[in-house]
Design a protein around this ligand. Structure first.
Ligand code: BG6
Length: 537
């Protein structure tokens, strides 16, 4: 369906002709890891079930950790992941079709010999599946491993000339790109030595979410929003990305712990994991100026304008504008969870991974920021994200200014509820507009009502996962939804003063919030000190 040119949304797609995914082998570095297990392999499986993939296509996992026959091992692991996480249930026929094109090459990312083995295997798979040597390398590996991986890919002869007309090599680089501005630049440079910019796709899966893409359509395909979309009418904006999951994931239906991200998250924290990328990208979609055209670079230029207009935070303002915190033990839906510092989990190789007992990695962050341009002067944007919050819920709320204190709003002790446009990113994707309405009856009573649009009611079914859309885009060579180098650097520049201030503070404890609550009191105080409140989700 995605590929029916009649149904392609031209805003996101470039020209329909370039959209078709081209035959290739998708090589997943780190295929045994959590992201591949939960998201990437289920995404490719769903694309296969939907018939969206070319018939000349195969998937090869690359990494360490297999046991016994590597191909059989990855097939078993993929099947387990797909059974748990796929949006479409696994079925015998479709599994058999997928499984026959799934392989694994065991090897270390730092070992050049392993790349030579990988190349030989890829050549054989090309011959078997009729692929013309085209490859998408998905680097689902720690940022520190990226420079060596791309260098070895090039040395082993697996990167073709960007001008090559018969085959292509493309690389997908996962976020976070680096752990600060300096390391991000090093990674970008290192990737640039092996792959040209048009061959490079820096992924932020939030940009592949239907509702995030819809932000642009909503703003620029409807005439009623744009005139109101500025400091004259908007009081403030709240962006929330709340997750129930902590460092370990719990499956409420089976009561099992299903995975661990301790090794990754402990070195990262919420600012690097969610704010530097996903949340700033959402902010760009909300706040950008209308792009010149729908061409990838015009959209990306407009987004960059937002990042460049962010008011820089300084050591003095960070204290008042940013709150970080860590969860302590608590209950979510009747299930007890340990505190952040007590999380322990076996990884897929059955190695114990405890969080250090003195960890000061933040699992929650709330902040107030400003965009210093004509459109947004003086409008605060409040961002909050955290793990082990009461529910999974992501929303952008645009709160409009109060009506004047006359007529229906004349009593300051009973103010009218403000008008709010709420854009729900997940779950129950959709939007609602809260308006004041007269309650039926002889008395004049005003009550807030909601106008609702819900994706599944209007369009039916479950939206494809973001990774499905993005993997197809790479196979088709469409970079619209991927981050350009300048945007990655601009986002790092904005968060660097926060990281530096935190480093200099040498905090031994962070503010705490109980698992299953909406964050620490400090986050409430941050917004309440401006006379506002976090929305109840
Ligand atoms: C990832 C982060 O990028 O996004 C995770 O690394 C987070 O920590 C995840 O849980 C959230 O994605 P989604 O699509 O489930 O909202």
């Amino acid at each position: 369906m995605i590929l029916d040119p009649g149904m392609i949304n031209p805003l996101m797609a470039g020209t329909p002709g370039t959209l078709l995914p081209q035959p290739c082998v998708l090589v997943i570095f780190g295929a045994a890891g959590d992201l591949s297990w939960r998201k990437l392999l289920p995404a490719v499986y769903n694309l296969n079930v939907d018939g969206s993939l070319p018939s000349n296509f195969a998937v090869v996992g690359f990494g360490i950790g297999s046991q016994g026959d590597p191909d059989q091992w990855i097939r078993n692991r993929a099947k387990e992941g797909i059974t748990r996480f796929s949006r479409q249930a696994i079925e015998d026929d479709s599994w058999a079709d997928f499984e026959r094109s799934l392989f694994y090459v065991e090897g270390s990312f730092s070992d050049l010999k392993a790349y030579e083995i990988l190349k030989t295997r890829l050549d054989a798979i090309d011959a078997q599946f009729g692929v013309p040597g085209s490859r998408v390398f998905y680097l689902s590996i720690p940022p520190t491993a990226v420079p060596q991986a791309v260098e070895h890919l090039k040395t082993a002869g697996m990167v073709c000339d960007p001008e090559d007309k018969k085959s292509f090599s493309r690389v997908i680089v996962e976020k976070p790109i680096g752990r600060d501005l300096q390391s991000a630049r090093e990674i970008i440079e290192a990737v640039g030595r092996s792959f040209a910019e048009p061959q490079t796709y820096r992924i932020d899966h939030y940009l592949g979410k239907e509702t995030v893409q819809n932000l642009l359509v909503l703003r620029f395909a409807n005439s009623i929003f744009e005139p109101l979309w500025n400091q004259k009418y908007i009081d403030h904006v709240q962006i929330t990305v709340a997750e129930e999951e902590g460092l370990t994931q719990y499956d409420p239906t089976t009561g099992e712990i299903t995975g661990s991200r301790i090794g990754y998250y402990e070195n990262v924290g919420a600012l690097r994991d969610m704010v530097q990328n996903h949340m700033l990208q959402i902010l760009c979609m909300i706040a950008m100026e209308p792009p010149w055209s729908i061409a990838p670079d015009d959209i990306r230029d407009a987004k960059l304008g937002v990042l460049r207009s962010l008011r820089p935070l300084t050591a003095d303002t960070i204290d008042k504008s940013v709150v970080r915190a860590q969860y302590i033990d608590g209950d979510i839906h009747g299930h007890g969870f340990p505190s952040y510092r007590q999380e322990v989990r076996d990884d897929f190789r059955r190695r114990k991974q405890p969080v250090p007992p003195d960890s000061t990695t933040e699992s929650f962050i709330a902040m107030r920021l400003f965009i210093d341009n004509w459109r947004w002067a003086g409008v605060p944007f409040y961002l909050r994200t955290g793990k082990r919050l009461p529910k999974r819920s992501s929303e952008v709320a645009i709160q409009f200014k109060d009506v004047p204190q006359v007529l229906f709003n004349a009593k300051p002790d009973v103010p009218l509820e403000p008008t709010v446009l709420s854009l729900r990113v997940q779950p129950e994707e959709g939007l609602s507009l809260r308006l004041a309405s007269k309650m039926p009856g002889p008395k004049l009573r005003i009550y807030p009502v909601k106008m609702e649009f819900n994706y599944s009611n209007s369009f039916g079914g479950v939206s494809p996962e973001a990774y499905e859309r993005l993997i197809l885009d790479v196979m088709a060579g469409d970079a619209t939804l991927f981050m350009r180098r300048d945007a990655v650097e601009a986002a790092w520049k904005f968060v660097m003063p926060i990281l530096e201030t935190w480093d200099n503070a040498h905090a031994r404890y962070l503010p705490e919030y109980r698992a299953g609550t909406w964050g620490p009191l400090e986050a409430d105080r941050l917004i309440e000190s401006d006379g506002r409140q976090w929305r109840t989700l």
